[in-house]
Write a protein that binds this ligand. Structure first.
Ligand code: ATP
Ligand code: MG
Ligand code: MG
Ligand code: MG
Length: 515
């Protein structure tokens, strides 16, 4: 059977909406509406944070959608994996289902299992499930309830595996809702009997597909957990991974979500065609990796700019844009000539996604203008730097590696001056100064390291990350404690009259699937 990506998405929504009484809610924009702690929505659950925290009523007791997600920063940063494996993207869609106010684990597992093995026709022999194996230090017992549920659904014991907190216990932040999760992983090698040891071990032949989170507890300020009176189910499945799986192809790049982009790169550039290599020793690997990265980045850029996330305001996005431009230049064979290729790709992205996310089609002209404007700036910077920057760097490639990290030239030079004035007599870039450079100039650790090197100073990434984590937790704690109400439920809040009666996201509800 051939599954087109739109059929897969549609089938998922139909299953939950028509056959299991969920309400369809459209994807929220890629830029979080009400959450300032993250630059991009990185999971379907983000738009429901306020519901989980008891600030808003849910839009319906059960909800399903496909959500535009990006993982290019913060806790979830998959940028480095992109191009190297076939299943981590900067931009991807998460198919989600929720049950608010009651956490019926058996029902959630059953719905997921029946969908995969029924309409999607996957063989149980290729599915592995994980559950929370407990954590003595945190005083959390194993989630045997979930283990039994999988058994009752007919999953073999050798396919039910326990994992610890990092894989199977979800927390929103330092305080607030949290709970165990159970995941479904897929063996891509048919007819293999016991591949359990490969689950969660980083193998590309056995990958995670669907995460089901049971939000049962509230983490209190003193670190203790109390059971929630009103608990929730929050599930998210990787859409591109599912499409690849259903079509029996080896990587997400071989699905109709990517092949038109890859073919367009080939056609426009005239370079050798994509040849699917993931093996670093192959002579075609570098070229194939470039195809993948460019196709991936074109998707993120198009979707993000269409949602009003602009490269000059979001340094990670500018980083991605400049990297995409460099790769486009390489395909076209000359510096500064890649923009038209990238712009052309954005229209392919719109073709592929606009029927589900109409804003992408509607805002395509803005995407094109922004890319071409940014390309001009980038080209100007590249042309100009030898004049103004020559005293800072030893070689052009070195400088290029600086500029591509996302800050603009004046921010860089300001940061450089700062590094040299406050640290004039010091041979070390202190973590506090590094944090300042991050906060005021949006500089990445790599960039700070590069600049330190040029200045003949040492810089410890570990110390910096420790400092970063400390500050991040401080700020998260203050944000989180502001939100967490004394009552443990939205129903309790509703009784007290303190909760908004409608979810302010309702106004974005314009689904192509809506009834
Ligand atoms: P992985 O372990 O593969 O990195 P994850 O545990 O980080 O995935 P979750 O946070 O549980 O992912 O997100 C739910 C689902 O979203 C995953 O099961 C996976 O199918 C999908 N997913 C996660 N990250 C990506 C990504 N970068 N690109 C494509 N799909 C992703
Ligand atoms: Mg991950
Ligand atoms: Mg995982
Ligand atoms: Mg996961």
């Amino acid at each position: 059977v051939n599954w087109s990506s739109s059929d897969v998405r549609k089938r998922f929504i139909e299953y939950f909406v028509n056959e299991n009484s969920h309400k369809f809610l459209r994807s929220s924009p890629l830029r979080p509406i009400s959450d300032q702690t993250i630059p991009f929505v990185n999971a379907g659950m983000v738009q429901f944070k306020s519901v989980l925290q008891g600030k808003h009523l849910p839009p319906a007791p059960k909800v399903a959608n496909s959500q535009k997600c990006a993982r290019v920063g913060g806790k979830h940063n998959d940028l480095d994996a992109v191009g190297l494996d076939g299943y981590h993207h900067t931009f991807f869609e998460m198919l989600g289902s929720w049950s608010f106010g009651s956490c019926d684990k058996a029902e959630a597992c059953k719905m997921a299992w029946k969908l995969l093995t029924g309409p999607f026709g996957l063989s149980p022999a290729r599915l592995y499930v994980t559950y929370f194996g407990g954590d003595g230090q945190m005083g959390l017992p194993p989630d045997h309830e979930t283990k039994d549920i999988w058994r009752q659904l007919g999953v073999q014991d050798s396919h039910i595996l326990p994992f610890g907190t990092s894989d199977n216990f979800w927390e929103m932040g330092l305080v607030g809702p949290c709970g165990p999760c159970t995941e479904i992983h897929v063996d891509h090698v048919p007819d293999r009997t016991n591949a359990g040891a490969r689950v969660n071990a980083g193998f590309s032949d056995l990958t995670e597909l669907w995460n089901l989170v049971f939000i049962q507890f509230n983490r209190n300020k003193d670190g203790s957990l109390t059971p929630l009176k009103y608990s929730h189910v929050d599930t998210g499945m990787g859409f591109e991974r599912l499409v690849a799986l259903l079509n029996g192809v080896k990587s997400n790049y071989d699905t109709d979500l990517f092949t038109p982009l890859i073919q367009a790169i080939h056609k426009i550039s005239g370079c050798d065609p994509y040849s699917h290599s993931f093996d670093e020793n192959d002579s075609t690997f570098q070229k194939d990796k470039s195809y993948r990265i460019l196709a991936d980045h074109a998707r993120l850029l198009t979707v993000a700019i269409a949602d009003n996330v602009f490269p000059h305001l979001e340094c990670k996005l500018r980083w991605v844009l400049r990297r995409a431009l460099q790769i486009s230049d390489n395909f076209m064979g000359k510096e500064g000539t890649g923009a038209p290729l990238l712009i052309e790709l954005s229209s392919y992205v719109a073709d592929s996604l606009h029927s589900v996310y109409p804003e992408i089609g509607k805002n395509l002209a803005k995407v094109e203008r922004t890319i071409s404007h940014e390309a001009e700036i980038y080209q100007a910077v590249r042309k100009e730097f030898p004049k103004n920057w020559v005293h800072l760097v030893k070689s052009k490639p070195e400088l290029e590696s600086l500029l591509v990290f996302g800050s603009n030239r004046s921010a860089l030079s300001a940061a450089y001056r700062k590094m040299n004035s406050t640290n004039g007599l010091n041979s070390k870039v202190s973590p506090a100064l590094a944090y300042h450079m991050y906060e005021s100039h949006g500089m990445s650790a790599e960039l700070i390291g590069e600049m330190a090197k040029i200045s003949g100073k040492t810089f410890s990434v570990e110390d910096y990350e420790e400092e970063f984590e400390k500050r991040r937790q401080q700020s998260m704690l203050s944000t989180a404690t502001k939100f967490v109400a004394s009552s443990d439920s939205f129903v309790g809040l509703l009784d007290s009259g303190k909760v908004a009666k409608t979810n302010d996201l309702a106004k974005y509800d314009y689904s192509p699937y809506a009834d």
